[in-house]
Design a protein around this ligand. Structure first.
Ligand code: GTQ
Ligand code: FE2
Length: 335
């Protein structure tokens, strides 16, 4: 008998001992179907009472941030806290008089206010007032703290690019107080349309940290619907690209006719409903949504949004700009 008669049991053991595995037995290589992740909905009616509970359970002095994370129920590992492949989202609550101390991390984040007003997020020393619908950036490695000067609880959505940093091995965290604040440009420097500061400035993220809902809505109202949808993008005014390298934000308005469009993208998105009610069919799942509901649009699913009546708006955060820069963004429409 030749060496070729090695028993299968023995060879499997030998592969294991040699840290090898046959690709022909792989469960993923050369298979046609890529498993699609399903959409998930966090209904505000279910989430709000649990946030109320969190208000008296703990406080940010003790736990740094009073946050309930949104987990994709299909995550297998308990260490996987992602909401979609590339994004990690959460609800954060601050009570009147509370503050969440300064820190910084390599992860980029956006905050989107769902309820309340009168809080301020301080980003590299710039004070960003938070009112319902405002989008606040806390870009990677910028010092940030939150303080609440209002008289009712404030609740906002956090969306971070944590899963990407975990993958890249670039997770970094540093406690405050802030040591040396970098130079910033005042928001006022970007306050006139058609003019930009002609200064030497180099940064991976937008110099603006606050995008008000009032500005976003007036920008939206100035543009026509196309196929029942109109959309504005929150951009870095200095390069016209997404606000941060791995987080790209949009305000989307739907009206009648939107349901005729079915789209599919290699990008992942998370949507927070600002106004109105509607239904979205995302792959095999159909979701009914209303104000302050949050839902995911995992990559590669066919998507169709329908508005119940009148108009509906949602803010969408996605990894689209990153995929575009990597040459990996593919989008299709069937209508
Ligand atoms: O508010 O600084 O949801 O650092 C997760 C990590 C919020 C924050 C989160 C954070 C923050
Ligand atoms: Fe943070």
């Amino acid at each position: 008998m030749s060496d070729r008669a090695v028993s299968p049991v023995t060879v499997a053991e030998q592969w294991k001992a040699a840290n090898l595995a046959p690709l022909w037995d792989s469960m993923i290589a050369h298979k046609d179907d890529v498993a699609l992740k399903q959409a998930t909905l966090w209904p505000w009616a279910q989430v709000r009472p649990l946030l109320e509970h969190a208000m008296w359970m703990t406080n940010p002095d003790v736990v740094e941030r009073r946050v309930l994370s949104m987990r994709d129920p299909s995550n297998v590992s308990p260490l996987d806290e992602s909401t979609v492949n590339t994004l990690q989202a959460a609800f954060q609550v601050l009570l009147p008089g509370e503050s969440a101390r300064p820190h910084r991390h390599s992860m980029n984040a956006i905050r989107f206010v769902l309820e309340g007003e009168g809080a301020v997020t301080v980003v590299d020393g710039k004070r960003c007032p938070m009112q319902v619908g405002d989008l606040i950036l806390t870009p990677g490695w910028c010092w940030h703290e939150h303080e609440h000067l209002g008289d009712q609880p404030i609740i906002w959505l956090d969306v971070l690019d944590v899963p990407l940093h975990q993958y890249f091995g670039t997770v970094r965290f540093q406690r405050g107080p802030a040591k040396a604040l970098p130079a910033t440009l005042e928001d006022e420097a970007f306050g006139r349309a058609h003019f930009l500061p002609d200064v030497e400035w180099s940064s991976a993220h937008s110099p603006l940290f606050r995008y008000s809902m009032a500005d976003a809505v007036s920008a939206l109202q100035a543009i026509p619907y196309q196929h029942g949808i109109r959309r504005v993008r929150y951009v870095n005014p200095l390069d016209g690209r997404g606000v941060m390298p791995m987080l790209d934000c949009y305000l989307v308005e739907l009206t009648e006719g939107a349901e005729l469009r079915v789209t599919r993208s290699t990008s992942n998105a998370l949507c927070a409903v600002v106004e109105g009610t509607g239904t979205s069919t995302i792959g095999e799942r159909t979701i009914q949504w209303r104000k302050n509901d949050v839902f995911t649009v995992p990559q590669n699913n066919w998507v169709r949004h329908t508005v119940a009546s009148g108009i509906a708006r949602f803010m969408m955060v996605s990894d689209k700009d990153m995929l575009a820069r990597l040459g990996l963004l593919e989008e299709e429409t069937n209508s």
